[in-house]
Design a protein around this ligand. Sequence first.
Ligand code: TXA
Ligand code: MG
Length: 315
Amino acid sequence: MKPAPADPRTIEDAAALLQRGQLCAFATETVYGLGADATNSDAVLKIYETKGRPRFNPLISHCADMEMAGRFGDFSPLARSLADAFWPGPLTLVVPVKPGAGLSDLVTAGLDTVGLRVPAHPMAREMIAALGRPVAAPSANPSGKLSPTTADHVRTAFAGAVPVLDGGPCQRGLESTILAVTDEAVTQLRAGALAREEIEAFLGRPIALATPNAAITAPGMLKSHYAPNAPLRLEVAAPEPSEAYLAFGPGTAHAGPLLNLSETGDLREAARNLFSHLARLDASGAKSIAVAPIPQAGLGEAINDRLERAAAPRG
Ligand code: TXA
Ligand code: MG
């Protein structure tokens, strides 16, 4: 075994690791990403190896700003207006890739589109700006496991084998919303930390949702994703005493392990707590985790999507 690499102490150290073709995990406002130089195929391969991820999944390329994103993706006026409205922030735009711009085709998984995002965490943007190129990063967890929202989650998940630029706990706690954007059409490929209602309010019209058999889907939309080890039971108002309970809203009592996503019923707070609470209840050793009903409005759409995947039968 190679010795575990030391965590970078500064943003410049993290950029230097990426520059040398090494991986570095880093904080974004959504979840921690497992980053590699998106123009270096050897580096990008290490992401797939480290995560144990199926090769065909394309990766999001994180950019320091719109100028960098525009060097790698072809932005229609519609895509540009969405970027202007919501970047930096938890929105990934899937747009045509600019051929010859230098992105590794392992990042696009051979597609002619690329997922681009400018994260809202200042340390992430400074690290990417210091590298001067996009950073490809999936969530920094082994494939099929919970997404990490603290540096310690990342260290535990990879047994210290991945250096982490610690940027504190993630503010949003849920992955970015993914939209495929052409000249006219916007399709939501994945519900995420930016609520669909907010995007629709900006556009002034409803957006289409990708259906499971649509031509474009986000391969990360596999069932049985984001799974804790213990089985999950959803929409449970009265958990069994032997279960751990993930509650939502005021006035919850439970004899077994109990964590509340938000005592005040705030969906934003619930999103931020989702993965870390699931990880803690999973670690409690309870044989199953019961989850309270979560309203489907606003961020509830993305929270329920993650919960359904986590509860799906394991393949
Ligand atoms: O918040 C996030 O999005 C986090 C942080 C680290 O930025 N990243 C993240 O990455 O969740 P990942 O790899 O777990 O999910 C990326 C999703 C996958 O479902 C992938 O299929 C989709 O983005 N994706 C990327 N490029 C795509 C493309 N060209 N077409 C369709 N889907 C794409
Ligand atoms: Mg992920």
